[in-house]
Design a binder for this molecule. Structure first.
Ligand code: 9YW
Length: 433
């Protein structure tokens, strides 16, 4: 275990660029929002100044309206498509003047990351000072979500692009792609020069991704216009669970700091409404798990994915519901020949254990699942998630994602996508400490 930890530290230090981390060399050469948060948790175990700097750099790129972008383009490299010249964040009047970025966001992990840093810290006083300096920006980000992304005022925020979900090519989006018919764009993919194209989204899927951005750009990333016109408008259980988990952390941290009654009260109001709507609207009684809601077409997207279980991490289901969710997870995802937890329902015909978010196991989702299972008292299953996560890294290395089928790991390298991947390393460190 010591050797694995040493290697993980090497990966993180290698991907550290002075003020922030890249998710992995070549494939993802910039700073990504939720990667940064999770990477900071890893650094906190052995280098708190880097953990703090990671978050400070992320928050430094916040827009004047509270929005935090999903990619911050710190350098000019063209090894990634679509880059800064495609996204053109400066179209938005309140975009950061200091950093080029995308005009979309990612799961809001920053609130709970601040709490994790505090828990891990050996110098709580100094870490609390760091939190005091930064927490209001995170609060401002939540305010942005509740003011700009919740058209029905129900406490559930929408995402307008699959890249905002963090689960880029999930089969769930296939239903939305079938409502669209984007132009066939001409562009040069860069991801497929770094990793095997069979493990990445297709060209046609990319046409859809680009088309949504073109619409948003046409209206200068104006939230009202996006809400009105984006063909992709989804209430995502993973995204909303991250927001809810982060709300809870902000409440705890503000209480610790003292003297922020108005903000605590507001967070509590958001929190109560969000949890109520989440349970009323995103739970599918027939499937017995949480699902996505397509706001544009006003219908539930009834599929089981690893996002379906992420509400456990945020304490959203009651005990009874949690019990039935976990039973479904074990029946469908937890068979002995599968590693926990595939990113998509292995019994579905859309399942593909090699292809990105269509089936492989991801360490970030496993980490959340582990935490959720522990919180609800499912220690044995939690231990299996942890054991599986460590085992697939030990067998293959710090890959971006992993085949969910055990037999493949016995025969060949079953780690896919980018190698020496930051959050796989960071969360491995957190798992074993
Ligand atoms: C892309 C960086 C990002 C993650 C996303 C993941 C992938 C990038 O990599 O998206 O070009 O599609 O899906 O969750 O933040 O690690």
């Amino acid at each position: 275990m010591e050797l694995l930890q040493k290697k993980a530290i090497e990966v993180l230090n290698k991907n550290w660029k002075g003020n922030f981390s890249i998710p992995c060399a070549n494939l993802y050469p910039f700073q990504w929002f939720w990667d940064s948060g999770l990477i900071a948790i890893g650094f906190a175990h052995f280098d708190m100044p880097k953990a703090e700097k990671e978050i400070e750099t992320l928050l430094d790129a916040q827009w004047e309206n509270g929005f935090i972008p999903h990619i911050i383009f710190h350098t000019e490299t063209d090894t990634y498509f679509p880059g800064a010249d495609f996204h053109l964040s400066n179209l938005h009047p309140q975009a950061s003047k200091k950093y080029k970025s995308t005009g979309m966001t990612q799961p809001p992990v920053t609130g709970f990351v601040l709490e994790e840093l505090y828990k891990i810290s050996e110098d709580k006083k100094a870490t609390l000072e760091f939190i005091k300096r930064n927490i209001d920006q995170v609060y401002f980000n939540h305010e942005y979500f509740y003011h700009q992304r919740d058209p029905k005022n129900e406490g559930l925020v929408y995402i307008y692009h699959n890249w905002e979900s963090g689960t880029d090519n999930s089969p769930i989006w296939d239903d939305i792609w079938s409502t669209m018919n984007p132009p066939e764009y001409t562009f040069e993919r860069r991801d497929t020069t770094h990793v095997d194209p069979s493990e990445r989204p297709s060209k046609r899927e990319y046409d859809h991704y680009l088309h949504i951005i073109e619409i948003a750009k046409k209206y200068h990333y104006n939230d009202e216009k996006i809400m009105e016109l984006s063909p992709f408008l989804v209430q995502d259980p993973l995204f909303n669970a991250m927001l809810i988990k982060s709300n809870e952390s902000l409440i705890k941290l503000y209480k610790l700091i003292g003297g922020h009654d108005a903000k605590i009260k507001q967070l509590q109001l958001w929190q109560n409404k969000s949890i109520r709507s989440f349970n009323d609207k995103l739970f599918d009684e027939r499937l017995g798990v949480y699902v996505h809601y397509d706001l544009r077409n006003e219908k539930s997207l009834n599929y089981i994915s690893s996002s379906s279980f992420s509400p456990l991490f945020a304490g959203i289901p009651d005990k009874k519901r949690a019990e039935s969710m976990i039973k479904i997870m074990m029946d469908k995802f937890g068979r002995e020949d599968q590693y926990l937890c595939a990113s998509f329902d292995p019994s579905s015909e859309r399942f593909n254990p090699k292809k990105y978010w269509r089936g492989p196991v991801w360490i970030n989702l496993n980490w959340m699942l582990y935490r959720g299972l522990v919180q609800y008292g499912y220690k044995d299953i939690a231990e299996r998630v942890k054991k599986d996560s460590i085992e697939i890294i030990e067998k293959n290395g710090f890959y971006e994602y992993f085949d969910s089928r055990k037999k493949v790991h016995a025969e060949e390298n079953a780690g896919y996508g980018g190698h020496d991947f930051s959050w796989s390393a960071a969360l491995l460190i957190d798992f074993i400490n």
